[in-house]
Design a protein around this ligand. Structure first.
Ligand SMILES: NC(=O)CCC(=O)C(=O)O
Length: 283
């Protein structure tokens, strides 16, 4: 299927992350981001992986999470402004009072913060629920004519989240991740399912490398609303690039009218539940 109209060039920063070393991670990601913005075409949007500041150093997280997310926000904002690029800053461990959130911050090209989203579903297999506090709001991001829904890693196992965002106007789902072996098939299948069932782009940036015996496989992906893979990374560090077009979403939704054919009155979970923010702070 061909793409028409205004497209956005996206670059996924598929990086390795050093556990428990926020400054080293910032320096390393910064180098990769500098490389990404030299790309041709220059990306309109950079997406980073999950928990890029600390990795899953959960037993030290109270000491090393970013207080109030201030350092993270300042750094991402100034990069966005300096290079005139939008950034969805993956997620960082952020400390608010004595609570730690797994939080995504997003910025427009001027460096203005356009959203913040804290992971809603905590992943017990990696002990998140013992150390982190879950977010409590769905978040959409306005990316120059393309409305994106925010999600983080394990969140993609909950189809209600992507569906709620799509029903509220999202045409793209953003997914920063630290998703390891042996669940590559789950990753690729769930991402494709979210794209096909919601007829939306899925833009997913996973880390690579190993930490404490866990191997992260990369395979960052851009999937179009027809389910075609626009770009997919390998298992080592790289910048994965591709273009997304809001018009293709409209075309696919016109071709198979899934949203018009829904029967919400018959579904078990009839209530929409929480309102969707335009980018709340972690709470
Ligand atoms: N960081 C995460 O949320 C990992 C999720 C994961 O690996 C899964 O299988 O789900």
């Amino acid at each position: 299927m061909t793409q028409r109209g205004k497209t956005l060039a996206v670059a996924l920063i598929q990086a390795d992350i050093e556990i428990g070393r926020p400054q080293a991670n910032k320096a390393h990601l910064g180098d990769l981001m500098e490389k990404a913005v030299q790309g041709d075409p220059k990306p309109d949007l950079l997406v980073l992986p999950e928990m890029w500041n600390t990795g899953y150093a959960l037993e030290q997280i109270q000491e090393i999470a970013d207080p109030g997310g201030e350092d993270t926000r300042e750094w991402l904002s100034s990069f966005a402004r300096r290079h005139g690029v939008m950034i969805v800053g993956g997620s960082a461990a952020v400390k608010i009072e004595d609570r730690i959130y797994n939080t995504m911050y997003a910025f427009d090209r001027t460096g203005r913060q356009i959203g913040a989203y804290s992971k809603l579903h905590l992943f017990r297999l990696m002990d998140e629920e013992k150390h982190l506090t879950a977010g409590s709001a769905l978040v959409k991001l306005e990316l120059e004519g393309l409305t994106a829904g925010a999600s983080i890693c394990y969140d993609i196992r909950f189809p209600e989240l992507a569906r709620s965002l799509a029903l509220d106007g999202a045409k793209m789902l953003i997914v920063p991740a630290e998703w390891p072996h042996p669940r590559l098939r789950h990753w690729r299948t769930l991402l494709a399912a979210r794209a096909i069932e919601n007829q939306m782009y899925v833009v997913a940036c996973n880390r690579v490398g190993s930490s404490r015996g866990t191997d992260f496989f990369g395979h960052s992906m851009i999937i179009d609303p027809w389910g075609e893979i626009v770009a997919e990374g390998g298992e080592t560090e790289e910048i994965v690039t591709g273009c997304v077009s809001p018009e293709l979403v409209d075309e696919v939704r016109g071709r198979i009218p899934v949203f018009a054919d829904r029967r919400p009155e018959l579904y078990a979970d009839r209530k929409r539940g929480a309102d969707i923010d335009q980018g709340s702070q972690p709470q």
